[in-house]
Design a protein around this ligand. Structure first.
Ligand code: NAG
Ligand code: NAG
Ligand code: NAG
Ligand code: NAG
Ligand code: NAG
Ligand code: NAG
Length: 843
């Protein structure tokens, strides 16, 4: 018995090492990359002056090849918020234009001025300018008179093949010191130079990359064709509004960086973001593709998952054991075993025979369930989804018009055609309580997995073949990268409809695309129980957060393999500071619920989870601010310290909002780690242990670490709202007061924000029912005051304690803790109820 198990483990461990490089194609095996990669720079196009037309915010040009054979249109449109849109397309075009990705039609604004010269046209917009050079053709973008982005004419090609419409285009970020973006890759945050003979270009295509490797440009589950060029004086960016496979060659130079896009099909439709700050660029991008709505509060708690919890007793036992051992938890997850024969929207009659009972039990402990729901459907007559989708023609087709079939979890399957609006509506309706018997609102979320789509066929790189056909005769080539996006869109609508719009849906998706934040959280997929997968989770989630995909996490413990006790603790400690916090393990791995470990390991994990819960007010406020401004929830250091060239490549440290600095420990048996403290000598970082230790923002510092915790710091000048009473779940924290942690310098002000609402509904959005308030403090006075006049008294702020840490110029720190004001009135009797400021005098 032990022997067999050992053999199995050894096999798993051995195969867990690397992705299959023969099965997944490299550049040389994919035409659009191999045929274009070494394209010579050459003047191919020129602008024909006579064709130029200017109207309200749209400039149109005719562009031709020297021989006059190719006739191409160019539109440059000014979009609200310092954005230009560039569209280049053949006059007689059959290029496919994707739908449903932008968050509404972009708002066109008028140009401030246009000047037409013999050799160029200049378009003025605020302090920016686009210059179209006629011959050689290029489009230059100036920010405050500084050349910042160039769309290069000499690497532009538009190709019309029988089955697709490839194109190439080069974009140069002339001020950039680094490029970021092009999600999703398990790579450094700052994109690396790729070049023939070295690394392949970054491949952007949704794929189930099994056993993904660290520091690779291979395609993964998500595909977000967005690139930011960050320089000392400005950040700029682009979004290629296109869902086809792409390969992007990156060339970093001393100053400036080039990106060369090789795109398999679809439209050349590029949005250019002119910043000028990093914050501006992120807001420009999220203004186009949308923001996440607030997650229900319980999704910010701790999630317990495993492939798989096998029956409903298992579900109840795991929750009971977590409770018995004092581990807070909000959610337990079920993988595919909850279904009957892998048929989605059914329950396994033997092992989940009474789902209502299971859900009622979970609800009685204030916990939620999330179950898996994939886009493939078992080919089986009599399975109602298969029958109904077949009868209505809702499956993806082969070129000959028959249903596309291949192997997946249930055996031979077909895939729902989410491009078809009727199929989406049908799929949404499956989530209704009346259509999925055995569900209640305690089944609070859905996990859309395998939606790249993933297929058990290595001949086709385990995803859709290029030639399958979606609704309306659309080739997969044109929409491949947004298939999973469309599934989450339908799931989201299904959950909204199911609860009559009263509850915020929660969806976790593996595949994702530009704009997926509107519908779903995502995680970094099937990672491995190795130390390197800890820092990479920070790099990947930071990149995602810059691209609007704020609700990101990584499997705590590592999906494949067996974490050592040390690795598991480090994974928890890092994961607790990512927006989505879930332990997950493979069916082939040993069980790893935290109560299975020795008491010292349990103690570390327990403290880590409790620290997460204590900071829920910070997380929730940041998520609200994301919905309102489009800002990232976690941020790389350069987001707040854009001028410091030393920190542009740091990707194993993150900022939670602006005020909490976290360093992941991603190495075994270290006694100290190097932490970069940003901001200069006046920026002081307080240890989150509140032991009075501080560090100035003067760069790299050696910090001793033990297994108990990783380095976490609060910023001087901030107020951190926390809830310190330990409870089993977020719901149980409802009546607890806040502990305000105030980090300040003598005679200076500390500031923060706080947000509260009903935690579950859309009333914050639809009826402005919330409290969003400013916090400000000097060493003896704390003031809470409304930011909006809509503050709702239903959601009062009650403070239990105020802890002040006052930094003196000689470096000493004085710590005080208050439960009463200067007159002896208990703080928790002084409620802030919106509108009228609450002033707490501690003097
Ligand atoms: C690309 O993949 C093929 C097949 O696995 C391999 O033979 C070839 O060496 C690879 N090329 C590069 C540049 O890695
Ligand atoms: C430019 O805009 C015009 C007017 O909306 C449209 O007819 C034309 O197709 C557009 N051309 C391109 C290249 O997008
Ligand atoms: C940034 O701007 C300043 C002031 O305009 C200028 O002196 C400096 O050279 C610029 N730095 C870079 C790297 O462009
Ligand atoms: C129920 O679970 C057990 C244990 O995991 C498994 O062996 C059995 O096949 C499951 N029953 C069904 C009907 O799937
Ligand atoms: C729903 O499932 C329950 C058992 O879980 C069963 O008693 C009931 O008949 C089912 N309802 C329908 C409409 O199938
Ligand atoms: C919302 O949830 C948080 C965290 O559990 C809690 O502190 C707060 O009191 C809740 N608010 C309401 C109105 O229930």
């Amino acid at each position: 018995m032990t022997f067999t198990k050992l053999v199995v483990l050894v096999v798993l461990a051995a195969s867990a090492k690397a992705a299959d490089h023969d099965m997944y194609h490299n550049c040389s095996r994919v035409d659009v990359c191999s045929q274009n990669r070494e394209l010579e720079r050459q003047e191919r196009y020129q602008v024909i002056l006579e064709g130029a037309m200017f109207s309200q915010g749209v400039a149109s040009f005719r562009v031709q090849t020297a021989d006059g054979i190719e006739d191409v249109g160019l539109n440059i449109t000014a979009i609200e918020g310092n954005i230009f849109r560039v569209q280049i397309e053949e006059t007689e075009s059959s290029r496919y234009h994707i739908q449903d990705v932008l968050d509404g039609e972009p708002t066109i604004v008028n140009f401030d001025d246009v000047q037409l010269w013999l050799t160029s046209a200049e378009i003025f917009l605020g302090s920016n300018r686009a210059v179209v050079n006629f011959s050689p053709f290029s489009i230059e973008f100036y920010v405050n008179d500084v050349l910042t982005v160039v769309i290069e004419g000499d690497r532009l090609t538009l190709q019309n093949e029988e089955l697709h419409t490839p194109f190439t285009v080069g974009v140069s970020f002339t001020q950039a010191l680094h490029l970021y973006g092009l999600h999703e890759h398990a790579d450094y945050l700052a994109l690396r130079t790729t070049a023939p003979g070295g690394d392949d270009p970054y491949r952007v295509k949704t794929m189930d990359l099994t056993y993904y490797e660290l520091h690779s440009t291979m395609a993964m589950y998500g595909a977000v064709p967005v690139l930011y060029g960050h320089g000392i004086n400005s950040t700029s960016g682009l979004f290629l509004h296109n869902a086809a496979e792409q390969w992007v060659e990156i060339t970093n130079k001393d100053v400036g960086a080039d990106a060369f896009f090789m795109v398999d099909s679809g439209a050349l439709d590029i949005f250019i973001f002119l910043g000028p700050s990093t914050t501006d660029v992120v807001r420009q991008y999220t203004s186009l593709t949308g923001v996440a709505h607030l997650p229900p509060i319980w999704t910010l708690g701790y999630h317990q998952c495993r492939w798989g919890y096998a029956d409903q007793t298992d579900v109840e036992t795991v929750i009971a054991d977590l409770d018995a051992n004092d581990f807070p938890v909000d959610v337990i997850w079920l993988d595919i075993q909850h279904t009957q024969d892998m048929k989605f929207f059914t329950w396994n009659s033997e092992n989940f025979s009474d789902p209502f009972d299971m859900l009622a039990n979970l609800a009685s402990t204030h916990r939620y369930l999330v179950t898996l729901s994939d886009p493939h459907f078992k080919k089986e007559e009599g399975y109602f989804v298969y029958d109904e989708a077949t009868a209505n023609d809702y499956f993806i087709k082969n070129p000959d018009g028959t249903n596309y079939e291949d192997e997946c979890w249930p055996g031979t399957s077909s895939w729902m055609d989410y491009l078809n609006p009727a199929a989406r509506d049908y799929y949404s309706s499956l989530y209704l309580y009346e259509n999925w018997n055995g569900t209640t609102s305690t089944l609070g979320g859905i996990w859309n997995d395998m939606n790249e789509a993933a297929i058990f066929n290595e001949e086709i790189e385990k995803t859709f073949p290029y030639d399958v056909v979606h609704y309306g005769g659309v080739s997969n080539r044109d929409i491949h990268n947004m298939y999973g996006y469309l599934q989450t869109m339908a799931t989201h609508k299904g959950l909204i409809d199911r609860d009559n719009g009263a509850l915020r849906p929660f969806i976790l998706t593996r595949a994702h695309f530009a704009g997926s934040q509107k519908y779903a959280a995502f995680w970094t997929g099937d990672n491995t129980a190795e130390f390197g997968f800890i820092p990479i989770s920070y790099s990947m989630c930071l990149n995602a957060n810059l691209l609007g995909l704020v609700f990101c996490g990584a499997d705590v413990g590592g999906f494949f393999g067996e974490p050592s006790e040390e690795l598991l603790q480090r994974f928890y400690q890092a994961g607790a500071w990512l927006p989505f916090f879930r332990e997950h393990s493979n069916i082939g791995s040993e069980r790893r619920e935290p109560y299975l470990y020795p008491e010292d390991v349990q103690a570390t994990i327990r403290e880590t989870i409790k620290t997460r819960y204590a900071h829920l007010p910070v997380w929730y406020t940041l998520f609200y601010e994301h919905t309102r401004f489009g800002d990232p929830v976690i941020r790389p250091l350069f987001y707040h310290y854009p001028n410091d060239v030393e920190l542009l490549e740091i990707d194993d440290q993150l900022l939670v909002g602006q005020n909490i600095l976290v360093k992941a420990v991603g190495e075994s048996e270290v006694e100290s780690v190097q932490v970069y403290f940003p901001g200069g000598e006046n920026e002081i970082w307080f240890s989150a242990q509140l032991d009075g230790t501080t560090f100035p923002g003067t760069g790299w510092t050696d910090i001793p670490v033990t297994i108990e915790r990783i380095p976490v710091y609060y910023r001087l000048g901030s107020i951190i709202p926390t809830k310190q009473t330990s409870r089993p779940s977020t719901t149980d924290m409802k009546d607890d007061g806040y502990t305000m942690i105030v980090l300040l310098r003598n005679d200076e002000m500390a500031e923060g924000t706080i947000y509260n609402d009903d935690n579950l509904s859309f009333e914050y959005r639809d009826s402005q029912k919330y409290i969003y308030a400013d916090l400000s403090a000097t060493d003896m006075l704390l003031v809470i005051s409304a930011i909006d006049d809509s503050d709702d008294e239903e959601f009062e702020i009650v403070i239990d304690d105020i802890v002040t840490l006052t930094y003196n110029d000689d470096g000493t720190v004085v710590k005080n803790s208050y439960k009463h004001d200067v007159n002896g009135v208990p703080l928790n009797q002084m409620k802030y109820q919106g509108k009228e400021p609450l002033v707490i005098n501690l003097r």
